[in-house]
Design a protein. Structure first.
Length: 189
């Protein structure tokens, strides 16, 4: 039931926004009772936090699958691995749900200051740590900075530029990867 409740609530938050989504609407759409909802979530704020954290967690699953794949583990070089990860990150970040939840979380930042911290640790830091490890393995001196630049150029900047428009002009993954590798003072070839 929790999975279904989160899915229904996410769809409503995404389509109607935070303010317009009511507990009554969630209960009605989920075909459940307020009692069931309140047994899991104390209020609408807790439900929204649950929805966002669940979305971030599930959005990271394709990254883990990619990292564990035979093709990724045996990729010939750093560039190939980074382009592969870049595709997964961009795909996840450009989904309509990710775009909508990002807009809502940003708009409601003052209401949910702790959520911003959790998103930083469970989303941003987790994503950049994957890339940082790849740069460390390749011998980059500024692996953390390279990872932050990678994520910022491929995910954060385009997401902010295209709020509501998805990726009207997706970043050129290979050019961004080459740029970040060069900035990390590693050969691109």
């Amino acid at each position: 039931m929790d999975r279904h409740l989160l899915d229904v609530a996410r769809r409503l938050f995404v389509t109607q926004g935070y303010e317009a989504t009511t507990i009554d609407a969630v209960v009605l759409a989920a075909h459940t009772s307020k009692r069931t909802l309140y047994n899991r979530y104390a209020n609408k704020e807790a439900l929204f936090i649950g929805v966002v954290i669940d979305h971030v967690t599930h959005s990271f699953a394709p990254v883990e699958t990619t990292l564990a794949s035979h093709d990724f583990e045996h990729a010939p070089d750093l560039r190939t691995r980074l382009v592969t990860i870049a595709r997964v990150y961009v795909e996840q970040a450009s989904s309509p749900e990710s775009q909508a939840l990002d807009r809502i979380v940003t708009a409601e930042r003052n209401r949910f200051p702790d959520l911003f911290e959790r998103l930083h640790s469970e989303g941003y830091l987790r994503a950049t740590n994957v890339v940082r490890k790849l740069f460390v393995e390749a011998g980059a001196r500024e692996a953390a900075v390279a990872a932050q630049a990678f994520y910022s150029l491929l995910v954060l900047a385009p997401m902010r530029e295209n709020w509501g428009l998805a990726y009207a002009c997706a970043p050129d993954l290979q050019r961004v990867v080459d740029f970040v590798i060069a900035g990390a003072q590693l050969p691109t070839g």
